[in-house]
Design a protein. Structure first.
Lengths: 86, 322
């Protein structure tokens, strides 16, 4: 988890890599959550399905935003996101 | 329509949750519902604001989920009101600070507000703040008070300082909301009801400001100066609302500040009380500049043309003068 969150914090040029890191964060949480009931003999399958569904929605929304941003800005690079000057 | 419905649904889910996954699900529903609202106009600035908003909110949600999971590992509880693991408390405060826009993580907020239209900016700064504040309220007894108060003081300072050089009204309102959030979080460990009171009053004043700016379509300071030709009554109420947001005594905005300072002095934290009241002077400067620009100055070619806008406003602007 911490590896992928570091990767998200230090993404260099492409937005796609940050989306990938986000997905890997959620995947690591999912794997950890599925390991936990095996140790403690409880079952948490409803939580797993809910988390999976919502993370899939988030990923698709992120991809849609990526497509929209490449339509208006020319490329994928993060240096182009400076239209809103401070 | 459907997006507003899903927004209210997400907020309701998060508010009425005592399990971490339902709170996380409500927050994700809110994020997903607001993203198309932000990027509705196909302006590149709007879409850039949507990307920034999405990235920050998604990381905050993932952090929140991770902190609840570490808490569940160490204590076996998925209950919101019981946080025993100190590192998960730290992660949770960081996640909520990212979602709210408190100071170490406030960088997305002015740009996102700038890139969205006025009504969606209103939604972003009032309604979207509500679920994370409820989570903060539910978990406030087990969070680190010194961390929260340092973040609050820094956010009041930064909200005042960075608002000084702005000419775009949405950015000014973004910084004002950052400083108001600082006021809200400084009292949260001592008296959570004051936090709620501050939040309600702040959202009321901010909605009236945003709606009056929406009706006169003022996005810059220069547009504010000519807004008195369009609806003079609206302009005077806008001035009163702005002064109330600044926290001047006869108006409503003074009430939360007074109660917060009173509570802080009861808890023997008088230095923090003086520090935050000094720092709110910075905010007072640009509120005064806004009121000065909107009411007192005259543009170079003063013409008294009345333009037609969608008038839904006078009901909402009189309420902060209560």
């Amino acid at each position: 988890f911490s590896w992928s969150s570091l990767g998200l914090a230090f993404h260099r040029t492409h937005l796609i890599s940050s989306l990938l890191c986000l997905e890997s964060i959620i995947l690591s949480i999912y794997i950890a959550l599925s390991i936990w009931p095996i140790k403690n003999q409880t079952s948490a399958t409803l939580m797993q399905i809910l988390i999976l569904a919502f993370s899939a929605c988030e990923a698709s929304a992120g991809l849609a935003i990526l497509i929209a941003s490449t339509q208006t800005h020319v490329s994928d690079h993060l240096r182009n996101l400076n239209l809103l000057q401070c | 329509f459907i997006l507003m419905l899903s927004l209210t649904l997400g907020t309701m889910i998060t508010i009425t949750s005592n399990h971490w996954v339902t709170a996380w699900a409500g927050l994700e529903i809110n994020t997903l519902a607001i993203i198309p609202l932000i990027s509705k106009s196909h302006h590149p600035r709007a879409i850039e604001a949507a990307t920034k908003y999405f990235l920050t909110q998604a990381t905050a949600s993932a952090l929140m989920l991770f902190s609840s999971m570490t808490n569940a590992w160490s204590s076996g509880q998925w209950d919101i009101t019981q946080l025993t693991n100190p590192s998960s408390c730290l992660l949770l405060t960081a996640a909520i600070a990212i979602k709210l826009g408190l100071t170490p993580f406030h960088f997305w907020f002015p740009e996102v507000l700038q890139g969205s239209s006025l009504t969606t900016a209103l939604l972003l700064s009032t309604a979207m703040k509500f679920p994370p504040t409820t989570i903060l309220l539910l978990t406030s007894h087990s969070l680190n008070p010194t961390l929260l108060s340092t973040m609050a003081i820094m956010s009041i300072a930064l909200g005042g300082w960075m608002g000084l050089n702005q000419t775009q009204t949405r950015k000014i309102l973004a910084f004002s909301s950052i400083s108001h959030l600082g006021w809200m979080t400084i009292i949260i460990t001592y008296n959570p009801k004051l936090t709620l009171l501050t939040f309600y009053l702040y959202s009321l004043m901010t909605t009236s400001i945003f709606l009056s700016m929406n009706s006169t379509n003022t996005l810059k300071l220069s547009t504010l100066m000519t807004s008195w030709t369009k609806a003079p009554m609206l302009n005077t109420t806008l001035m009163l609302t702005l002064l109330s947001l600044a926290g001047l005594p006869p108006l409503t905005g003074f009430l939360p500040k007074w109660l917060i300072i009173q509570e802080l002095t009861k808890q023997e934290m008088t230095t923090t009380a003086t520090i935050i009241s000094m720092l709110s002077l910075l905010g007072l400067f640009f509120y005064l500049r806004l009121t000065y620009c909107s009411t007192i100055t005259l543009p170079p070619n003063s013409s008294n043309k009345m333009k037609q806008w969608s008038i839904k406003k006078p009901v909402n602007t009189l309420t902060p003068t209560l």
